[in-house]
Design a protein around this ligand. Structure first.
Ligand SMILES: C[S@@+](CC[C@H](N)C(=O)[O-])C[C@H]1O[C@@H](n2cnc3c(N)ncnc32)[C@H](O)[C@@H]1O
Length: 258
């Protein structure tokens, strides 16, 4: 952790305003189509982005080996990586700059990156190819679905959630990935001693996370050396934010033995 970074742990919670429900009233489109009321709330926007030719070539070469869609099938990471090793999952890996650097620094872990945005995944595939990193696999799809269906309880050594979308408007707070229920599910999936590492540059989201995690009594400060690296490289996005005056808040928690 570098300059302008504060760490918040289970003993140092902050206070928060709570999420506000959407104040949007039903318009005529909704009245005409009641199914629109049932659209699932997600933490991501649907974004379409096509791949450049070179990205498409890398995708065609590497995706069948390194990638899979989020599904309802339990994840067999030992078979997928061809080895049994501590499992670390990064949620919302974006373009994968931190993913690739951290994987190279911890060759002893099996690292799964989960991301919905295909062009971002294509950039991660390029980092993997250029860097010769062999311990990353990628799941394309909604991390909430992955947690619900693919990951066994008490099986994960670490989760990383770096700069999750802040959804700054109060009516969108329900779209934030890190809610009390999600944090509780992440903790279910962690093995005792496993680590949850979160970073955000959004002060209001940091308070929201502190509040959302407060009911979770299975999280505590690290009690010893971390089972995964906590050295997070600064991305261009983060450096730009710091220059613009943002403070980075990191949460580093360990799942307490029950
Ligand atoms: C603000 S970006 C940060 C990316 C990266 N972690 C970084 O630090 O540069 C948040 C990323 O999370 C992804 N994302 C948001 N919700 C997600 C979900 N439920 N499942 C998978 N990816 C998600 C978005 O597509 C986006 O790429």
């Amino acid at each position: 952790m570098g300059h302008n970074v504060s760490v918040v742990d289970a003993e140092n919670p902050a206070v928060d305003e709570s999420a506000a429900p959407s104040g949007r009233s039903a318009g005529s489109a909704l009245e005409d189509n009641p199914m629109m009321y049932h659209r699932r709330v997600t933490s991501f926007r649907s974004r379409h982005g096509s791949l450049k030719d070179s990205q498409q070539r890398t995708w065609d070469e590497l995706w069948p080996v390194l990638g899979a869609d989020v599904s309802e099938e339990p994840l067999d990471d030992t078979a997928w990586f061809g080895r049994s090793a501590p499992l670390v999952i990064e949620i919302g890996s974006g373009t994968g700059t931190a993913t690739a650097a951290m994987a190279a620094a911890e060759p002893e872990v099996n690292l799964v990156a989960v991301e919905v945005y295909r062009p971002g995944i294509a950039q991660l595939l390029k980092h993997i190819k250029n860097g010769g990193v062999s311990n990353i696999r990628i799941l394309k799809g909604d991390a909430s679905e992955m947690l619900n269906h693919m990951i066994a309880d008490n099986s994960v050594t670490g989760f990383r959630v770096f700069f999750p979308d802040p959804w700054p408007k109060a009516r969108h707070h329900k779209r934030r990935f890190l809610q009390t229920e999600t944090i509780s599910m992440l903790v279910d999936k962690l093995r005792p001693g496993g680590v949850l590492h979160i970073a955000t540059d959004h002060a209001d989201y940091a308070e929201f996370i502190a509040e959302a995690s407060a009911p979770e009594n299975r999280l505590g400060p690290l009690s010893g050396p971390s089972p995964m690296t906590l050295e997070r490289p600064q991305t261009k996005f983060e450096i730009k934010g710091i220059r613009a005056g943002s403070t980075i808040t990191e949460f580093i928690w360990e799942k307490i033995e029950e």
